[in-house]
Design a binder for this molecule. Structure first.
Ligand SMILES: [Zn+2]
Length: 439
């Protein structure tokens, strides 16, 4: 069967970053954008340039350095926002301006204090202004799922006439149900003049745990772009989870005959990199990327999986890039094995960083015998902080006791304070270096 290609719009760096505690600095956003490129998403929403200088710089930096995907910048429906968004993305290979304006009566009345007529006019004018700057324009009627359907159709028709090329239908508050959302997408497809010329997009929040189900219902009803985030991070309960949407389509093509450009073995490295940057761990039972997603503890399950993995596994851990847990990293592991595992965790080192990483790894492996991925992530953070690829403040967050004890044990006299660790390594740097080059 011919499978329809779905455009994957990743908003980890914009909506995802709006999760409490998930804000990222410019360097971190650049690192993650490069990983999103390796992952194969089609669109990266880099930020909301009018919101802060940091967001502006991040979008500008991503536009200059990540050339394959479309780079989108968010703007409210006003000229100042749109001009700022354009300044940030204009050097991208494929820039997009994403304009949004709320359309539900509750937002119009209490938040924007404008009438439906004013809303319609503002949406039209904003898209017209953006279109004069950039050919690729996305429009989002915020709170679309609580908007009067006839008015929503009117707004969508107006922005298409003004030049929008993608129309996104946000379930901003995570209120809709799969059948209802599918019906809304179908209605737009039937009633709006010119809808055939544009891509319809989903943007679902997870307040009732239905973001992925709603997104899939939207796709079945004709949407061809899905907005999502790694690990499902985002405002409140989060956005639709990228990995769950991708793997639902891959595991059940009989029900969802669609495909994405995602290299699924990059899913786990992306998830780990995000967790490391934000320092928000993935919940253990999170579908696809959680620590327990492929763990089998019950004896009968273990027995079945050993005889044939298909007994209890609907997809292999390798297919989403989960490292082979039978490969144990210890002090006898070589630099190559270490490099490979770090890459599986989403980290690509320069030569000097790998040397530093290997040196710390050997010290740790001497103490704790079996080095887990969580230990490696801490060492990676340490190396990145020393190399100034993340700000020094991040290095001051405490290490686990195992890592701290290992480091202290090897360098007597070092206080058991995390912030002193990089300094201590710095003192010993030169005498260790010759030994490690070329090992
Ligand atoms: Zn959102």
């Amino acid at each position: 069967m011919e499978r329809a290609r779905i455009t994957l719009f990743d908003t980890t760096l914009r909506d995802g970053e709006q999760s409490p505690g998930c804000s990222m600095n410019v360097q971190e956003k650049l690192r993650l954008a490069q990983q999103l490129d390796r992952l194969g998403v089609d669109v990266i929403e880099g930020g909301f340039p009018i919101a802060s200088d940091g967001d502006f710089e991040a979008v500008q930096g991503i536009s200059a350095s990540v050339r394959r995907p479309v780079i989108a910048a968010l703007a409210r429906a006003c000229f100042g926002d749109i001009d700022r968004a354009w300044q940030a993305v204009q050097r991208a290979e494929r820039p997009r301006i994403h304009v949004f304006l709320a359309t539900s009566d509750i937002h119009l009345k209490y938040k924007l204090r404008i009438s439906r007529e004013q809303c319609l006019e503002q949406a039209r004018e904003a898209v017209r202004h953006a279109k004069a700057l950039c050919t690729d324009i996305e429009f989002s009627p915020e709170d679309a799922t609580r908007t009067d359907t006839a008015f929503l159709c009117q707004v969508v028709e107006a922005v298409i006439a003004a030049g929008a090329t993608t129309v996104n239908i946000p379930d901003t508050v995570g209120y809709t149900m799969p059948e209802e959302y599918g019906q809304l997408i179908r209605t737009l497809g039937e009633k709006v003049a010119g809808i055939g010329k544009v891509v319809i997009s989903t943007h679902c929040h997870n307040d009732l745990g239905l973001a992925v189900a709603n997104s899939l219902a939207g796709v079945q009803a004709g949407a061809r772009q899905v907005e999502c985030t790694i690990n499902g991070i985002g405002e409140r309960a989060g956005n639709a989870s990228m990995e769950e949407i991708v793997m639902a389509m891959r595991v059940r093509p009989d029900r969802y005959p669609y495909e994405t450009g995602v290299a699924s073995e990059q899913i786990y490295p992306s998830s780990q990199m995000l967790a490391e940057i934000t320092r928000i761990p993935v919940q253990p039972n999170k579908a696809i990327t959680g620590r327990n997603a492929f763990a089998h503890e019950a004896g009968i399950h273990q027995d079945g999986v050993l005889k044939n993995p298909l007994t209890y596994e609907i997809m292999t851990p390798q297919s989403v890039g989960v490292p082979d847990s039978r490969m144990v990293l210890g002090k006898h592991s070589g630099r190559h094995a270490l490099l490979l595992r770090c890459e599986q965790l989403g980290h690509h080192f320069e030569r000097r960083e790998l040397d530093e990483m290997y040196r710390k790894f050997v010290v740790l492996a001497d103490r704790i015998k079996k080095v887990q991925d969580s230990h490696l992530l801490e060492l990676i953070q340490d190396v990145m902080a020393e190399g100034k690829r993340i700000p020094p403040a991040a290095a001051a967050i405490p290490f686990t006791r195992a890592a701290a004890a290992a480091v202290n044990g090897s360098f007597p006299g070092n206080a058991l304070g995390a912030s002193s660790i990089p300094v201590t390594f710095g003192d010993h740097h030169s005498e260790q270096e010759d030994y490690l080059w070329g090992v």
